[in-house]
Design a binder for this molecule. Structure first.
Ligand SMILES: Cc1ncc(C[n+]2csc(CCOP(=O)(O)OP(=O)(O)O)c2C)c(N)n1
Length: 614
């Protein structure tokens, strides 16, 4: 793949050559992602679309945007980064998402869904203000289109008259099959005979007539009028005021380039409805697009994932426990924002499909929706990744906490997530939750604690957040102290004490072991409750020590530790307090263990820091 000079070479390649290139790209993707892991199925689905975009438009002068950005691998290949795929998602390697710092072809740093139309419209307006001429094309999946912000942008764009192209990449899938009324609407458009007729007419009128693009455009305009009253009146995009063309075969490069050329010549905002197959090219992946949406390293021969950790993930522990609780308590339901599998709800969804609600990629709506159910006596457990819950800050605050409603937020992928990097790290939630009145925040450090905290949250009848990390759950060992609002003093120490939160308890245990070997008596507390804090327990554990160290998988700014400072440094016998956590930065992709070392959060660094501070 490195032998080409892309995107330049695309401009002169013949249709046959481009077809062969598609095959080559698919093999390349399969081989590389089998080693590094990453988003595979979505990228296999957009090979022809990406080729056509880079053939028709002149990036980086023209702007090509990717919503979410998980499907930008082909774009990366076609913009000179094929050689970087061996270090995809690794420390100091290429990101799995578009990054402005990585290439001038990456228009914005994407990662969270549904924002691309807003960004594109902003770019279009800036171009108008500065009197600059360039084309803008944004690719948004049918899944991402379910997010509220995409609707806000469509509403704004429809009235703006700005020149840009919105490409709906409709593969009928979000991570799981797509849901909701919009999906049904797209389904009707896909099946619409009118459009298929229209395409036939265009093809006929094109044979031997007019200049490329110019002729297509005129034909489209004519045909649009012809079918206007039979089809377009039922099309929400046309009704909003956009020009709308589709369905377009997303695996036919010629058809794609024809429509892109036509859209390029149009004034105003054009919506293209492109139909693709997620996982295209490999039957196993086409048949299981959800499994191969985001996948770890896998065998090239069998396409099966390489065996990972033995312990079940926190997501699985959560899903199994909720299913068990739901069996006993008919009030319990689960709410997910398009992440049924990722959050561990797959089995419960099979057993109680009527009690598991996938609201689409709509975190804000999901939280308010849960509040409505809670108003009526239902007990919703809302399972959302920490990074995506950022979207629903206001709804948590007003719809849930203000009214003191018993909604339980099960916050998955809290803290550092590793390979997905900046846009996906869940390192901010303790900071954005800490100040929400009425909210209890719990952080389990092992599987049993998570299960018991879920039971406890049901008893509380008030808003609760339980945050846990990505990956295998730590297996609980030994005696278990009940979850009752207090912290767990694991060890008392003479010299220092570590107050550790959630996943950090494990690193803290190791750090305490290292310190003991060096003759330093360091205590350890498993904080368990970040809000309200068990000050009595924490004070007891800190009695007589010279140093308190707080350790959390969250940014220090506004996190757990800073609350502790306030308390212990204002006491009569104030104790020196050091806060360890992530700095005030976005943390890049890499393995969590590597990043912890770099940022001084691994056991050795924590122990060294304590030795230096004592
Ligand atoms: C706000 C937000 N919530 C959830 C996600 C997780 N997520 C990543 S891709 C994806 C599905 C996107 O579906 P679609 O836009 O149709 O793209 P496809 O993968 O099908 O090509 C989801 C839910 C996200 N990136 N952002």
């Amino acid at each position: 793949m490195t032998e080409y000079d892309f995107p330049k070479d695309l401009k002169t390649m013949t249709a046959r050559e481009l077809e062969l290139l598609s095959d080559q790209i698919r093999d390349f993707l399969l081989e590389k992602v089998s080693r590094t892991g990453g988003h595979l199925a979505s990228n296999l689905g957009v090979v022809e679309l990406t080729i056509a975009l880079h053939k028709v438009f002149d990036s980086p002068e023209d702007k090509i945007l990717w919503d979410v950005g998980h499907q930008s691998y082909v774009h990366k290949i076609l913009t000179g980064r094929a050689g970087d795929f061996d270090r995809l998602r690794k420390l100091d390697g290429m990101s799995g998402f578009p990054k402005r710092g990585e290439s001038p072809h990456d228009v914005y740093d994407a990662g969270h869904s549904s924002d691309s139309i807003s960004v594109a419209l902003g770019i279009a307006k800036a171009g108008e203000l500065k009197n600059e001429k360039f084309n803008i094309a944004t690719v948004i999946g049918d899944g991402a289109l379910t997010g509220g912000v995409a609707f806000e942008a469509l509403n704004n764009a429809a009235a703006s008259g700005s020149k840009m192209i919105i490409i709906i990449n409709d593969n009928q899938m979000s991570i799981s099959p797509n849901v909701g009324g919009l999906t049904q609407h797209l389904g009707r458009l896909r099946a619409s005979l009118g459009y298929i007729d229209m395409k036939k007419k265009i093809r006929e009128s094109l044979s031997g007539k007019g200049s490329f693009g110019e002729g297509i455009y005129r034909s489209l305009e004519r045909t649009r009028d012809l079918v206007k009253y039979t089809v377009f009146d039922r099309n929400m995009f046309e009704n909003l005021g956009f020009k709308f063309y589709g369905p377009i075969d997303g695996h036919d490069i010629e058809e794609l380039t024809d429509f892109l050329e036509a859209a390029k010549r149009s004034e105003g905002t054009v919506v293209l409805h492109v139909i693709t197959k997620k996982g295209k090219g490999f039957k196993t992946i086409e048949d299981n697009p959800d499994t191969y949406h985001g996948i770890g390293p896998f065998s090239l021969e069998t396409l099966q994932p390489i065996e990972g950790a033995k312990n079940p993930s926190y997501s699985k522990v959560f899903g199994d426990k909720l299913m068990e609780m739901a069996e006993k308590d008919p009030r319990i339901v689960a709410v997910s924002a398009a992440m049924i599998d990722g959050t561990g709800l797959r089995d419960m969804n099979k057993l109680y499909p009527e009690r598991v609600f996938d609201v689409g990629i709509a975190e804000q709506h999901g939280v308010s929706f849960a509040s409505g159910m809670a108003l009526q006596g239902i007990r919703p457990f809302v399972a959302i990744y920490s990074t995506f819950l950022q979207r629903a800050y206001d709804e948590m605050m007003l719809n849930v906490c203000l009214q003191n409603l018993p909604v339980v937020f099960c916050i998955d992928r809290a803290g550092n997530v590793g390979a997905d990097g900046e846009t996906h790290n869940g390192q901010f939630d303790l900071s954005y939750l800490n100040h929400m009145p009425n909210l209890t925040i719990m952080c389990p450090s092992n599987d049993r604690e998570l299960r018991e905290m879920m039971e406890y949250s049901l008893k509380l009848s008030a808003p609760c957040a339980i945050r846990y990390p990505r990956g295998p759950a730590e297996a609980a060992e030994g005696d278990f102290k009940d979850i009752d609002g207090s912290c767990e003093i694991i060890d008392k120490g003479r010299d220092a004490v570590i107050f550790a939160v959630g996943r950090s308890v494990r690193s803290a245990k190791e750090a305490v072991g290292i310190l003991r070997q060096k003759g330093i008596d360091c205590g350890l507390v498993n904080v368990r409750f970040v809000k309200p804090l068990d000050m009595k327990g924490l004070e007891e554990a800190a009695e007589g020590v010279k140093l308190i160290v707080t350790l959390e998988d969250n940014v220090v700014a506004g996190g757990f530790g800073q609350q502790i400072n306030g308390y212990f440094t204002h006491k009569e016998n104030s104790v020196k307090t050091v806060n360890l956590g992530w700095p005030d930065e976005f943390i890049r992709n890499g393995k969590t263990e590597e990043l912890e070392k770099i940022y001084g959060l691994d056991p050795e660094s924590v122990a060294d820091r304590i030795i230096n501070e004592i």
